[in-house]
Design a protein around this ligand. Sequence first.
Ligand code: SF4
Length: 327
Amino acid sequence: MTRNLITPDPGSGNGSPPLLEIWNLKVHFPDDAGPVRAVDSIDLTVREKECFGIIGESGSGKTVLCLAILGLLPGDASFSGEITFKGENLFSMPSREIRKIRGKEIGAIFQNPATSLDPVFTIGDQLSEALSRGEGFSKAEVNTNLIHLLNRVSIQDPALRIRQYPHELSGGLRQRVMIAMGIAAEPSLIIADEPSSGLDLRIKRRIISLLQDISQNATMFIVTHDLELAEKLFETLAVMYAGEIVEISGCKEFFKAPMHPFSEGLLNSLPSRGMQPIPGSSPSLTALPEGCRFFPRCRYAMEICKNKHPELFSLTGERQVRCFKYA
Ligand code: SF4
């Protein structure tokens, strides 16, 4: 089994010890057409206090990767490989232990707060539960910390908000509540799945700024297809395409000069860079091309790309690219 350790930029991840390591992770789902290879042979290292991001199109496997780390894969998923958190393999822990770690040591910010928050409980009840996973606070301490927590995510009038139900809040406020739940127990690692999804531009920018604040003191692992969020927040990023990683890079270098043809296409589809969409669509995860998975859409495709699957080639520094152009 190979392991791709990422050496962060001087001054960004700062060579801190690894907090989360993923080794040769595969997650497949059964389907009449054959196994859906949602996550295929992924290796990653996230270091302490690093803000690590995954970007890619919808359906590229990003959310499944988050669910695997959180121990929340559906029952029909088959998986292999290792996910170690603080050196402990999460896959070999009993589910009771995983539940303890999730919420207390690994916080989650899920996409779509409209469905992730429980409509029958008040915001205060749901946040109290998240807080009590932390330090074993007394009821009085939970109440004090509730107000403090809502202040931390810049929710005005916290005494009123804790008595309200999710449907009484705007989309932006619900997203802030989701973030508050994710950070409530002061976890060492925060996993966020599309934290800016479905928000209008003004609210999205406030959420990005809030996440920037939180990332000053926490290790974050964020998946998104929002390139504005990625550019503002991430230190290191990985690009996923059709279930696998096709590029790993420092964030600044990536936005300056993406290397994989898919990464280049992603950036070229931004309004600020000409808004040219990538032609074609991603391959079905049940019928992946034999060679490079991006071959049918790639403007640089060569003969070798059709039948041979490229590995992740290591370039200078931390950069790795899955493309024969760099072999
Ligand atoms: Fe394009 Fe070939 Fe690189 Fe795949 S390996 S991205 S087809 S040039």
